[in-house]
Design a protein around this ligand. Structure first.
Ligand code: S3P
Length: 172
C-alpha cells in the first residue's frame, strides 16, 4: 500500500466528514501527493468557495469542480479530497471510477453538525435552518455516497491519526 499507488484514492462524503484532514494525513503516510478539489478551485479562481457561489452561482462552481477533478485525476496517483457535492454528478462518478478508488467517509449526523457549525462559511448552509439543511442533504446524498468503492466510518472519539490508521488497514 505504501509503495506504488496505481490509482488515486478519492475521498467523498459530507461537509464535516474529515475528508481534508484525513486525506492529507493519509497522503503523508503513503508518501503520495495530496490535493483538495475545493482548494484547487479557490486557487484557480483567486476567490473563496463562498465568493464563487455568491458571484457566479452553484452551477458555475459545479462546472469548475468537474474541470478540476478531471485535471487532478489525470495526474500522478495520489489522495484527492473532494467537496461534498462532487460525487452527486454522474459524470464525476464515472471519471473517479475510471482513475481511482472512491472512499466514502461516512460520519454520524450529530458529529457532522458539531464540526460544520464551528466553520459556518459553507454556502449551502446559509439557510434559516442550517442543521436541518445539513441533515436533508445527508439523507438525499447517502444512497449515492453508498455507491463508493469503499465505505469508511469516521468515529467520534477517533483522532485524525487513529482514523487514518484504521483507513489504511481498510485499504489493504
Ligand atoms: C459542498 C461542500 C463543500 C464545497 C461547497 C459545496 C457540498 O466542500 O465544495 O461548499 O455541496 O456539500 P466540503 O465538503 O469540503 O465542505
Amino acid at each position: 500500500m505504501t509503495r506504488g499507488l496505481t490509482r488515486h484514492i478519492v475521498l467523498i462524503g459530507m461537509m464535516g466528514a474529515g475528508k481534508t484532514a484525513i486525506g492529507s494525513e493519509l497522503a503523508r503516510r503513503l508518501r503520495v501527493p495530496f490535493t483538495d478539489s475545493d482548494a484547487e478551485i479557490e486557487a484557480a479562481a483567486a476567490m473563496s468557495i463562498s465568493e464563487i457561489f455568491a458571484r457566479d452561482g452553484e452551477a458555475f462552481f459545479r462546472a469548475r469542480e468537474s474541470q478540476v477533478l478531471g485535471r487532478l485525476l489525470a495526474g500522478a496517483p495520489g489522495v484527492i479530497s473532494t467537496g461534498g457535492g462532487a460525487w452527486m454528478s454522474a459524470g464525476n462518478r464515472d471519471m473517479i471510477g475510471a482513475r481511482g478508488l472512491s472512499v466514502w467517509l461516512n460520519c454520524a449526523p450529530e458529529l457532522l453538525w458539531q464540526r460544520v457549525r464551528q466553520r459556518p462559511t459553507r454556502p449551502l448552509l446559509q439557510t434559516a435552518d442550517p442543521k436541518g439543511t445539513l441533515l436533508r442533504l445527508l439523507a438525499e446524498r447517502s444512497p449515492v455516497y453508498a455507491q463508493a468503492g469503499l465505505e469508511f466510518l469516521s468515529q467520534a472519539g477517533d483522532s485524525i491519526e487513529m482514523s487514518t490508521t484504521r483507513l489504511i488497514a481498510a485499504l489493504q
